[in-house]
Write a protein that binds this ligand. Structure first.
Ligand code: GDP
Ligand code: ZN
Length: 352
């Protein structure tokens, strides 16, 4: 086994780093910092929305008659500013609440501090490093539909990911106009309700009052398979979503990147939506084996009670999980789904 040698800093190096850090801190007077919200990020490029304004507001420079008007962007509530961050800050993402300063002379800002996050969505990058994607999401809306028919493990997979991110999930069965009487999907809905999950039924162009009320005071992300109606639902709930994105991307001159950037859009007064093509695929990202158990609470309750410690819960005669299925304590479908996810991840691990 290779020894991993930790790099130790000498005391002298430590003192030098601390001194550099301190001098950077001292360069900026942070006593009048504004409050802000990161509404868009692409890599290290950030857009911050002003949640407070300076008092007094900086004064516009007076120019002599005949001189050209200098650039001047007033700091207004809700205005959006391209910002960079102080070098000592961690990587910031959409949804982060920050302290920042705006410079009306350049139209640019600098982020000086980050407020503690209530949640963080992360995804592995190409190099298997964990990359932050969105902060402070408080509710994940898992959309599935009558058509395309949901794959059996998919919803469970999303629930595992939500559980791992420690963010509550709301299941939404969309396209209910296509439901048939006695549809087996209604049974599925009831099964999830029995497991304690919140489920709503919607139709994108129908009455969405109940869903809208549920989203109040939340920062939400819509996830789910392509074609289930996420865009349609989002457009019904936040009609200005499309328009707003366009304005932001125009300002930021990030045109060619807008498809992969993550943006935050206000829904009414107290709610927000965080969205990007990447976030919509949340849950399909790589999952670790140990996260699966925690995502199936009714199964993890029984795990460890099988006859063999390495029970595969398939061919064994005395298996606590299979017994629980027979006693109707665990749904057969959920056990299949659980085993399938474990298989999938074990296979993926063997390949890499
Ligand atoms: P997304 O890929 O999840 O964003 O799905 P879209 O919003 O693009 O919708 C996929 C297709 O389903 C489009 O053709 C929509 O018109 C259609 N669709 C969306 N919502 C509903 C619905 O409630 N009922 C029906 N019948 N079709 C819908
Ligand atoms: Zn077993």
């Amino acid at each position: 086994m290779a020894l991993i040698r930790k790099r130790r800093l000498t005391d002298q190096q430590k003192r030098r780093i601390e001194k550099q850090h301190k001098s950077r801190q001292e360069e900026l007077d942070t006593s009048n910092d504004l409050e802000g919200l990161v509404v868009q990020h692409y890599g290290r490029q950030l857009e911050v929305q002003a949640l407070t304004i300076p008092n007094p507001h900086p004064e516009k420079p007076i120019v002599a008659t005949g001189e050209p008007e200098p650039f001047w962007k007033p700091i207004e509530l809700g205005s959006v500013w391209r910002c960079h961050t102080r070098t000592n800050l961690e990587l910031l993402v959409t949804g982060d609440k920050v302290k920042w300063q705006a410079d009306p002379n350049t139209g640019l800002g600098i982020i000086t501090a980050i407020h503690p996050r209530t949640s963080l969505l992360t995804r592995p990058d190409r190099y298997h490093k964990v990359k932050p994607v969105a902060a402070n999401v408080s509710l994940i809306v898992i959309v599935f539909a009558v058509l395309p028919e949901p794959a059996p493990t998919l919803i469970d997979r999303y629930l595992v990911a939500c559980n791992d991110a420690d963010i509550p999930a709301l299941l939404v069965l969309n396209k209910t106009d296509l439901l048939k009487d006695d549809d087996h999907l209604l049974k599925l809905v009831q099964e999830y309700r029995n497991l304690g999950y919140e489920v709503m039924l919607t139709q994108s162009d129908g009455d969405l009052t109940e869903l809208k009320q549920r989203l109040e005071n939340e920062t939400v992300a819509f996830v789910g398979q392509s074609g289930v109606g996420k865009s349609s639902l989002i457009n019904s709930i936040v009609p200005e979503a499309l328009q707003k994105t366009n304005i932001i991307s125009e300002n930021s001159a990030l045109g060619q990147h807008t498809t992969t950037s993550t943006r935050l859009i206000k829904i009414g007064e107290n709610s927000a939506l965080i969205d990007s093509p990447g976030i919509r695929e949340f849950g399909l990202w790589h999952l670790d084996l140990e996260k699966i158990d925690a995502g199936f609470p009714e199964i993890s309750d029984v795990l460890g009670h099988c006859q063999y410690r390495n029970c595969t819960h398939t061919h064994e005669k005395k298996c606590a999980l299979k017994q629980a299925v027979e006693e109707n304590k665990i749904l057969a479908r959920r056990l299949t789904s659980y085993l399938r996810l474990i298989d999938e991840i074990t296979e993926a691990q063997q390949k890499s």
